[in-house]
Design a protein around this ligand. Sequence first.
Ligand SMILES: [Zn+2]
Length: 114
Amino acid sequence: MEIRVAGKEDGGDGHGLREGEELSFFYPSSEWDFEQGFECKCAGRVGGEVRCIGTVKGAKWLDRGVLGKYWVNPHIWEMVGETETETEEKLQGTTKKTEEVGEDGKDEEVELKN
Ligand SMILES: [Zn+2]
């Protein structure tokens, strides 16, 4: 099992963990949904940059953009893909049409868009 200790931005040059650097682990890189979340104690010191995610609850609860900043296991990206497909299907299924009275008094059909 491989455990990356540096985010993409930190590890972009492939240096990995350097002497004196704090060891941290990005839980959402391998965990989808925690039964019980917890507050991260790193105080935002990730590679000298403030970008702590705060409450750690799993990848399910994070923005795709946030996840993209880290190295994330392929199975997590698969879960992200499945969730996005489900959401799209739900949105398409719930697209409603509503009646609205136009200026000329005639009823106009208006499609609601997100
Ligand atoms: Zn943190």
